[in-house]
Design a protein. Structure first.
Length: 377
């Protein structure tokens, strides 16, 4: 496949790469991770000032009107830097849901802020028992005094600890696992009845547990008919997440190759030993396969919903999770003890690559989904 970037896409990639390289050192990341916010407010603002958070949005909102490929370019560079900012959750997932389901008033109120990085929105669609199933929803929505209130609990809301608004899936009708009767609601994070408990995730970003007790909410889209949009926009988020993983895998391969060229044993660089060369080739082979799948996912991410699109996205997530795990494990082995040293960036890349699989579905989940979609075809 001949995949070449246009001049505008190349400029976008160069801008993102330069920003991450010049301002987001590993030491700075560690300081950001330990802060109360959990990421750099300054870097987040810089993403907005350069227009990078506006990439997926229309030109009317000051955006780039970009698609999956443009998103891939930005997310790959953020993955290289292990950036902690809520680009995936706020810009891609939440922004996509508001574009697809939001009313004109909701879009006018929220999307310009998301596009400029002056507003953060998190998506709360997972529950303690749901295990990647978006239709497993126990949180309930009730109509009261002409409005809506929500009661229930959401789990692992990435970026939810610092979000200004929350997009929450809740059931308006039906049993807990029915595919009908699931709505999407906009909740002010500071409203009465909203309780958040923030915590750091093992791989760096922060998340929160969310409790809702008759919390006031605005319905987004048609009540009880949001599941298709949730699945579609999660597919866009999966494509972006795979691009983030690709950037991390590229950086791990570069770090490992440099180490093999400089670390000496018996008077020779260890990269001279054939068995280590074979391991490095295995890593690069997996990287090339993952690269192809990330490009495919980026190309189909904004297409109309279809079996083919869903199958490609599940395949990409499965391949990227498998490749990321193999590359991380091999890199640690080739580095020896230093590969597990917390003061060295490789260990953080390895942990991020392994744990990325647990957001939006792990490899087993997507392998089952891919198999089921083959049966449909």
């Amino acid at each position: 496949m001949d995949f070449k970037l246009s001049d505008e896409q190349q400029m976008l990639q160069d801008t993102a790469a330069r920003l991450v390289r010049d301002t987001y050192s590993f030491e700075a990341r560690e300081r950001h991770a330990k802060s109360e916010l959990g990421y750099s407010a300054e870097f987040w603002a810089q993403l907005g000032e350069l227009g990078l958070t506006a990439v997926p949005f229309s030109e009317e909102l000051g955006g780039f009107a970009g698609g999956g490929v443009e998103t891939m370019l930005v997310m790959t560079e953020l993955g290289r830097g292990l950036c902690l900012e809520p680009y995936l959750t706020s810009v891609i997932f939440a922004g996509g849901l508001l574009q697809q389901l939001g009313s004109a008033e909701q879009q006018a109120e929220l999307l310009p802020g998301i596009a400029s990085a002056s507003l953060q929105v998190a998506v709360a669609c997972e529950e303690p028992q749901s295990h990647y199933q978006l239709h497993d929803v126990q949180t309930r929505a009730s109509q009261r005094d002409g409005g809506w209130t929500l009661t229930g609990r959401k789990a692992v809301v990435v970026g939810g600890h610092s979000a200004d608004w929350l997009l929450v899936s809740a059931r308006t009708a039906g049993a807990d696992r029915d595919e009908s009767g699931i709505g999407l609601f906009l909740v002010d994070a500071q409203a009465a009845g909203v309780t958040r408990r923030g915590y750091p995730c093992a791989d760096g970003p922060k998340a929160c547990e969310l409790w809702l007790d008759n919390a006031p909410a605005q319905v987004v889209g048609e009540p009880g008919a949001a599941l298709a949009a949730l699945r579609y926009q999660q597919g866009r988020a999966i494509a972006a997440q795979c691009a983030e993983a690709l950037g991390s895998m590229q950086e791990v391969c570069d770090l490992t190759l440099d180490y093999l060229k400089t670390r000496k044993q018996f008077g020779l660089p260890i990269g001279k030993f054939q068995v280590l060369q074979h391991r490095m080739v295995d890593m690069r082979t997996e990287l090339e396969l993952a690269t192809s799948m990330v490009i495919l996912a980026a190309c189909v991410a904004d297409q109309a919903d279809s079996v083919e699109r869903s199958r490609a996205l599940s395949n990409a997530k499965f391949i990227c999770v498998r490749a990321g795990r193999l590359i991380a494990e091999q890199a640690v082995q080739l580095h020896g003890g230093i590969g597990m040293t917390w003061e060295y960036v490789l260990a953080h890349h390895a942990k991020r690559l392994v744990l990325l699989s647990h957001q939006f579905g792990d490899d087993d989940h997507h392998l089952r989904a891919y198999s089921a979609l083959l049966d449909v075809a």
